[in-house]
Design a protein around this ligand. Sequence first.
Ligand SMILES: [Zn+2]
Ligand SMILES: [Zn+2]
Length: 121
Amino acid sequence: MTKGRRTAQKEAVFSAVCALDHPSATEVYAYLKDKEPAVSRGTVFRVLSAFSESGKLRKLHLLGDEAHYDFNTSPHAHARCRVCGRVWDIESAVSPVLPEGFSPEESELEVSGICAACRAK
Ligand SMILES: [Zn+2]
Ligand SMILES: [Zn+2]
């Protein structure tokens, strides 16, 4: 595979994450399947984990679900509907009280619940 094609696949995966708003790898693959048939499922998983290791994407470990990916890498919290699975960015006023001398590296806050659309059903 030429380098140019690999770069194009990476860009396709990244733009899918931006377009889908907190998708899982499975959702990214489903989204790209028609648009970019050259991008295999394995490529999607590989590119996503490379991006999360390099810090270009943030990997979210949501409660009871597969990992989701976020293009917003600055610290922020999430609300997630447990019915439809949608994820929202939320402002969080919670600042944790850490043990003395503890230097935090990563933190994830997720509020799980049911969104207005699902509640109305
Ligand atoms: Zn919902
Ligand atoms: Zn987010």
